[in-house]
Design a protein around this ligand. Structure first.
Ligand SMILES: C[S@@+](CC[C@H](N)C(=O)[O-])C[C@H]1O[C@@H](n2cnc3c(N)ncnc32)[C@H](O)[C@@H]1O
Length: 253
């Protein structure tokens, strides 16, 4: 697949930020090194902002499956209310138009609740799974289990909104999974990166990659795991806008 540009990612509305663009590129490349052939999956695609970047890393013999309700009713009223409030204008067609504009063709697109992902995507064969569907505890707990079933031994799973104040159910489901063998190796402001396999090769790889990544980092020890906390330095545009804002404030004072 052709390289996806920052401009193409920016052109699609969604919740996928610069630090995680770099982290996804790392996780997708590195999973390709650790697993010779492995599928990719995304639970919760919205308009395709993260999916188009994932799609860049699809190789011959691999399948990329995307599952989303895309505006359909959920069989859980709380989930339907969540979606009506957050994604009122979402349709499968809008996702497909955005994805096709970047890649020309489509991944395997399933319009269904995420609880059905293991019926559509091969179990034990994935190298990368992005969990970004419902943010309600019961659904995320189901997605955590599905990620374990889908992933190959050394595959990587990424959880969105693992610590945000508006989604405590995600935090509960994700951290709880550590008791069942989930091993986190990195966190950004919005996403947690983990494996159900051996975290050591992932820790070594991120350690090697980090100096040239353009990201800042610290390493936290969490329940015996070395977890890289990563963040982007402020960009030039952001810094210039902030300086202009500060100047205007000073002139006004
Ligand atoms: C936060 S958005 C995904 C954002 C997207 N990954 C991005 O980076 O822009 C969450 C998505 O999950 C979908 N969703 C919510 N509940 C779901 C469920 N039970 N099963 C499948 N998809 C669900 C919503 O329709 C929405 O598109």
């Amino acid at each position: 697949m052709a390289a996806v540009t920052d401009r193409e990612i920016r052109s699609i509305p969604g919740w996928f930020f610069r630090t995680d663009w770099a982290m996804f590129r790392f996780a997708l490349s590195e999973s390709g090194r650790q697993i010779a052939v492995g599928d990719l999956a995304e639970i919760g695609a919205y308009l395709g902002k993260s999916a188009v970047l994932i799609g860049e890393y699809l190789r011959d013999g691999e399948v990329f499956t995307v599952i989303d309700l895309f505006g359909a009713e959920s069989d859980d009223a709380a989930n339907s209310a969540e979606n009506a409030a957050q994604y009122p204008v979402l349709t499968k067609r809008k996702f497909e138009d955005n994805y096709r504009r970047v890649h020309g063709n489509l991944p395997t697109v399933i319009q269904a609740p995420s609880s059905e992902i293991t019926e559509h995507a091969a179990q034990g064969r994935h190298r990368f799974v992005h969990v970004d569907g419902s943010h309600l505890y019961d659904h995320v707990a189901g997605d955590v289990t599905a990620s374990r079933l889908l992933l190959a031994e050394q595959g990587v799973v990424v959880f969105d909104d693992y610590r945000t104040v508006h989604a405590p159910g995600v935090a509960a489901a994700v951290w709880q999974a550590m008791d069942d063998g989930l091993k986190p190796f990195a966190v950004s402001e919005t996403k947690l990166y983990a494996t159900w396999g051996d975290a050591e090769p992932w820790t070594r790889a991120i350690d090697t990659w980090m100096p040239a990544s353009g990201l800042n980092h610290e390493v936290d020890a969490i329940a015996g795991h070395s977890v890289y906390r990563v963040w982007s330095p402020p960009n030039i545009v952001g810094r210039t806008a902030m300086s202009a804002f500060n100047l205007v404030q000073r002139l006004r004072a």
